[in-house]
Structures are given as C-alpha cells and as structure tokens.
Design a protein around this ligand. Structure first.
Ligand code: GDG
Length: 478
C-alpha cells in the first residue's frame, strides 16, 4: 500500500471498485465490481500506482487495503448517512432533478447537511492520499462538492471531475435550493467533464447566470486567475473485451440454450436495465404488448425478454416502480400469453457478464428507451457483442448514446405509437438494412473505447494548466 500523500493519481468515487463477498468457507473477501468505470480506470491506476477512495458498500469499518492489484481506501458511511446522503440527497434529490424531473425531486435540509458532511470526508481523505502536484479525478453526482473542498485543502493538485449522468438545463437546475453551492463545488476542478456538449453548455450558462463569473465558450474565468474548462467526454465500454466474450464458445452455446428455452421464436426482443424509473421500461413493455393485442406480433413467434437488475431498493420511488412493473407484466402475460408462451419473460435479477453477452447475442431487437440517460452503456455493449453485424437497435433519442449511434432506430419514449412503429420496423427490417446499420455503429463503438475515453480526459486535464502539477501516464497513445 502506498503511504499517505504518495499517490500521483487518486480516483475518488462514491463506491470502491470492489464488492464484499462471503467465501464458501465463511470467510469474507472482495470481488471486483462489474461496472464500466472500473474497467476504464483500472489500467490508468496501474500505470500510475494510483489510489481509489470510495465507500465499500458495507457498514463495517474497513482499513485501507490492497486488492486486485489496486490500493483501496474505504470511506465509512453511518446508517444515517446512507439514508440521508446516499438514498436521500444523491438518489431522491439529485438523480430525479438531473434526469428531467422524471420523478419529483425531494428537497430536505438535513439531507443537504449530510451531503456536505460526507463530501468533506471524501475531500479530506483525498487531500491525505495525494502526492505533491498529483492528479485527483473525482466522479459523479454524489461528490460534486469535493473539487472545491479539496482545492481549499490542497491548491497544488490538478483536479478533474466527471459527471456520468445528464446535467440539466438551467430551468430545472434552478429549483435546487443549494444551486450556487453545487456550481461552486464543481468549479474547484480544473476540468469538468460531461457526457455531451449540451450538458457542458448548460453548466457554463448556469455559472454565468448564478455565480456571475466571466465565461467564454467552454471556459470559466475565476476571480483568482484560475480557468476552468467544461467539455464533453462521451464514456464508452471495453468494446474488445465484450466482443471477445461474445465470440467465446461458452457464450455461443448459452445463446442457443436461451433461444431454445424461449421456444425458438423468430424474433427475440430484449431490454436490460437497472430497475430505474428513468429507463422507460413501463412504456416499452406497453408498446410491445399493444403490438401483440393489435395482432401485429404473435406470442408464438415473438417474445420480449426484460432483465431488470435490482437497484436502490430502499428508495420509495424504486419500490413503487417495482410494483408497477410486476403488475404490468402480470397483466400482459395474463391477457396475452399462452401456455408455455408468455409475451414477456421478466427477470428481476442480476447476472454474470457471460449471461449478458449471451442475451445480447440472442436478441434480434435490442430495446433501449430511457426518458433521459447520461450515456447508456447497454446500447454500446449490444453493438460490441454483434460481431456478426446482425441485430437491430431501437434507441431513445434521449440517451447520450443516441448522439453516436445515429444508425439505430431512434425513438421518443413518450410516444407509444412511435415506439410501436419502430419496434415493428426494426423487427421486420431486411437483413441488408440491419447489417448496414450495425456495421456503422460497430465502427463507432470499436474505435472509441473506454481506455480512449480515460486517456482523453486525463490528457485534457493535463493541458488545462500545463505548468501546474505532474502529468499522468496514459494507457494508450492517443
Ligand atoms: C450511469 C448513467 C452512464 C446491468 N445489469 C447487469 C449488469 N449491468 C451493467 C450493464 C452496463 C451497466 O450495468 C449499466 O450502465 P448504463 O450506462 O446502462 O446505466 P447506469 O447504471 O444508469 O449508469 C449512464 C453510466 O453511468 C456510465 O457513465 O452510461 O447514463 O446513468 O454496463 O451491462 N452487469 C452484469 N449483470 C447484470 O445483471 N454483469
């Protein structure tokens, strides 16, 4: 383990990149979490002997440790902090506010107080771990105050921030009672990264209006002479890793098994999402069910497989959503299914990556219809797995991924009739059309992977103030 104050690269994220697991012999250990962020950042961490600071996801007190070749520094959260900071301010205030108020955000002063307290603890830990002139990369909406808090403690650092979710237009952000504090928090960074250029523009506009700093294009000029840059860095996936997995014999075998188990229908439609109200699961299932009720599709011939990974189950809105989807699926299958032929095969569970790749390989039509999504990695994973150039993607125009995957069947998830037409068109498209579209999307995804994303963010961070701080070693040459 590197000593305090010795790391040239510090990653600060809400969660550590590992999950607590119980081994068969009853002892406990850690397993690398599956997420894309870990895949992206791990190689840069290794190349720079980095440290990762985050909550370990348990309420036990854990000492800093070394696991999976990474130095990990846990931040403990009390039960009350989990409730007020994580479930409360992060997931019941910021999450809905930043996603077009798809659900109504709740504003509670004690949640905000907890957010400030926890952000300070993360900032203090980062200040302790970082070497002189080090790079600190802070991630996501749970930690928007960390850049400024850290800058006050350690003005020598190079600080980057990346927001994984959308950044809302001024008209919505304005609702937040603590809007100015959040903007000032982010301005502690040298570079503030977003998924899309529109989000970076929203941020710069808000800074001009609400904080009163001078701005020019993507730059903010602070009174102390510092310049902050706001720019887009669309995140991606380990595209090659997914393709390799999808090509493996086991995954191919599993894809055939899944299709057999579904009764070998001629069209498999697939949705894979965290069970979240932003993902538009309800609307897409309704659209599919109406196509069956209208006689456009037949349950003997078409099935919708929906994987909904359990998520944030302690937050009320998520419990309500789960009940709504349960009821909808029950009603659709009750009304439209036949023995051994449900219209919807609904799986409320989480699966290993191999199973996900097999599902992607199996799906003739992948349906990704969020009301709002920072990027949406599932859409990119589907494309990476379709090395056969087959498979149609129906994608919401409100997912960040829609800016890159222009050849998908783009839909407005609020328009059920529009979605019905797109599902039919995608399902009935000629091979030639499907292949042409998939080839173009594959070029985009395979050429812009997550390592390139991390390298370009860090290179840009180094360029903002070239005379300031040490430079992080890239993983790939850009
Ligand atoms: C946020 C932003 C942005 C899902 N179920 C299982 C599983 N997954 C994996 C998927 C994919 C990831 O989780 C989900 O990523 P998304 O991008 O689709 O959505 P969010 O979780 O909301 O992520 C989003 C992202 O951050 C990155 O910046 O794109 O806009 O909302 O990788 O494959 N993986 C496994 N089993 C499951 O059951 N192994």
């Amino acid at each position: 383990m590197a000593n305090s104050g010795s790391a040239d690269l510090v990653i600060v994220a809400n969660r550590l990149p590992v999950d607590r697991v119980t081994n068969p012999d009853g002892s406990s250990g850690w397993r690398r979490s599956p997420g894309g962020l870990v895949t992206a950042v791990e190689p840069v961490m290794r190349a720079n002997d980095g440290i990762w600071i985050g909550w370990p996801g348990t309420d036990e007190d854990v000492e800093p440790f070394h696991d999976q070749g990474m130095d990990l520094v846990p931040i403990a959260l009390s039960e009350l902090e989990i409730e007020e900071f994580y479930e409360g301010f992060a997931n019941a205030t910021l999450w809905p506010l930043y996603h077009d108020v798809v659900a109504k955000p709740e504003f509670h002063r004690e949640w905000w107080d907890a957010y400030v307290r926890v952000n300070r603890r993360f900032a203090e830990q980062a200040a302790k771990c970082a070497a002189e002139g080090a790079t600190v990369w802070v991630h996501d909406y749970q930690l928007q105050l960390v850049p400024q808090m850290l800058r006050e403690l350690r003005p020598d650092l190079r600080i980057g921030f990346f927001l994984h979710i959308p950044f809302p237009p001024a008209e919505l952000f304005q609702q937040l009672p603590w809007r100015r504090q959040l903007l000032e928090g982010l301005l502690g960074a040298d570079l503030v990264g977003f998924q899309l250029p529109g989000a970076a523009q929203n941020f710069v506009r808000l800074v001009r209006q609400r904080v009163g700093h001078k701005t020019h294009r993507d730059l903010v000029y602070l009174p102390d002479g510092r310049t902050v840059r706001a720019a887009a860095f669309p995140i991606s996936i380990d595209a090659e890793g997914f393709e390799t997995l999808a090509r493996s014999e086991e995954v191919e075998k599993r894809a055939t098994e899944i299709r057999d188990a579904l009764g070998n229908p001629s069209k498999v439609f697939l949705g894979v999402d965290r069970l979240d109200y932003t993902k538009g699961i309800y609307a897409r299932l309704r659209a599919f069910a109406e196509l069956i009720a209208d006689g456009e599709l037949d349950v003997e011939d078409a099935v919708f497989v929906q994987v909904a990974t359990p998520s944030r189950e302690e937050v009320e809105q998520y419990r309500i959503l789960r009940d709504e989807i349960d009821r909808l699926v029950g009603r659709i299958n009750g009304d439209l299914g036949r023995i051994g032929r449900p219209a919807i095969s609904y799986l409320h569970s989480s699966y290993p990556r191999e199973e996900m790749a097999a599902l992607y390989r199996c799906a003739d039509v992948m349906v990704v219809t969020p009301y709002r999504d920072g990027m949406n990695l599932v859409a990119k994973e589907y494309v990476a797995c379709r090395f056969d150039n087959r498979g149609a993607l129906v994608l919401s125009e409100f997912a960040g991924a829609a800016e890159e995957l222009r050849q998908a069947w783009l839909v407005n998830p609020y328009d059920i009739n529009g979605m019905k037409s797109a599902l039919l068109e995608a399902g009935r498209a000629e091979d030639k059309d499907v292949v042409r579209r998939m080839k173009a999307m594959r070029k985009q995804v395979m050429e812009n992977d997550v390592a390139a994303w991390a390298d370009s963010f860090l290179a840009e961070l180094a360029a903002v103030r070239p005379d300031h701080g040490k430079t992080v070693r890239p993983v790939k040459q850009l």
